[in-house]
Design a protein around this ligand. Structure first.
Ligand code: SF4
Length: 359
């Protein structure tokens, strides 16, 4: 059976073509967009700008939502993790992280992940499916509705990070389409500069990303300063080694424009990559590639069974940061959020424990 088009995943242009094919005037596309993106409606019935007859026709030919929320988990620190399911039954996880100044939504680009980072629970799932642009956008809509209420305006300043399950650069086209939809006119008003995409190091895509006229911010997950260690922690390093990765990173850095950010992510694992020697080796590596201006985000590993690593001590984290800073490299420690509900970095694995509320 042919799948109905998912209107949430259509660009404005595609939607205009879709309504035209149904014999409707082009302003119907804007009416639909005002409903789906402006009021964040999740069913055809809610598109009340449209005449009833057209709504009936639409519900036969298209869908507005495809994700189903199975559970919502609320952390004691206010973080929320949503476990959803695609129409094909694949799990999708999204995390809402509130802070005093701005809220962040961490979304997934794939169900599961084909990469096998040794410190990440998602890796254990393998790749279940690539998410469509509609499924990516819908995650944001679902979270915004839950947090701010359906129909209420999206607060300016909400940040999005593609750091949930999956390697976004292995789902490049759908990811970029979702970014376009999120920032289009009549949209959710989330401009690309409020979005950060994190890659484990898909080198050809970093180079392609560097060429884009409009693009989100970039983060590269590094987590080790040499090929021997990185190859063990992140097997993708065996395909594109550190030299190739940093050369692509340098190319990207050379194209940075005002307001864009570029960071390295570094997951600190107790006794594995958190020593002073490793910090100095990392500083040397970045400096030797002219990348010392890129910010380094230090993320203390979130221990979770059956991962074979422990979290670094607070002392090691502070020492690692101060060594990088003493070498002139801006380093920040990312505070872990939502550990108690398996929402923290590396913990997303469709866990069903600790359900506190159902969405
Ligand atoms: S860290 Fe990211 S890229 Fe690596 S296995 Fe986990 S989800 Fe995939």
């Amino acid at each position: 059976m042919e799948e109905k088009p998912h209107l949430t995943g259509l660009t404005r242009q595609e939607l205009a073509e879709f309504v035209k094919a149904l014999g409707e005037p082009s302003y119907r596309a804007d009416q639909i967009l005002r409903g789906i993106r402006g009021r964040r409606v999740r069913d055809v019935e809610g598109l009340t700008d449209l005449p009833k007859a057209f709504r009936e026709k639409l519900s036969e030919t298209a869908s507005v939502s495809s994700l189903k929320v199975l559970s919502k988990y609320v952390s004691e620190d206010g973080t929320r993790r949503y476990l959803m399911e695609t129409a094909a039954g694949h799990p999708v996880e999204t995390v809402f992280i509130p802070t005093e100044n701005r809220d962040t939504i961490c979304f997934s680009s794939q169900s599961g992940c084909p990469l096998k980072c040794d410190f990440c629970l998602t890796a254990k799932l393998g790749l279940l499916s690539n998410l469509t642009a509609g499924e990516i956008v819908e995650q944001i809509i679902i979270v915004l509705n839950d947090v701010y209420g359906e129909g209420n305006e999206t607060p300016h300043g909400t940040n999005l990070v593609a750091m949930g399950a999956g390697e976004p650069f292995l789902n490049f086209d759908e990811l970029l389409k979702a970014v376009r939809i999120l920032s289009e006119e009549n949209g959710l008003h989330i401009v690309p500069r409020r979005i950060t995409v994190s890659t484990a190091g898909i080198v050809p895509k970093i180079l392609e990303f560097a060429e884009l006229e409009t693009r989100p911010n970039l983060a590269i997950s590094l987590s080790a300063p040499n090929d021997e260690l990185r190859g063990r922690l992140m097997p993708i390093n065996r395909k594109w080694n550190i030299e190739e990765l940093l050369s692509a990173a340098k190319t990207f850095q050379n194209t940075l424009r005002r307001g864009e950010t570029f960071t390295f992510e570094y997951v600190l694992l107790d006794g594995v990559n958190d020593s002073p020697e490793t910090a100095r080796e990392l500083a040397e590596l970045l400096k030797s590639h002219g990348l010392q201006k890129a910010k380094v985000n230090l993320i203390a590993h979130n221990a979770a069974d059956p991962l074979p690593y422990g979290p670094p001590s607070a002392e090691n984290v502070a020492r690692f940061k101060s060594i990088l800073e003493s070498e002139g490299i801006p380093a920040y420690v990312r505070t872990p959020r939502g550990r108690d509900i398996f929402a923290a970095c590396g913990q997303l694995a469709a866990k069903k424990e600790a359900a506190i509320t159902s969405a």
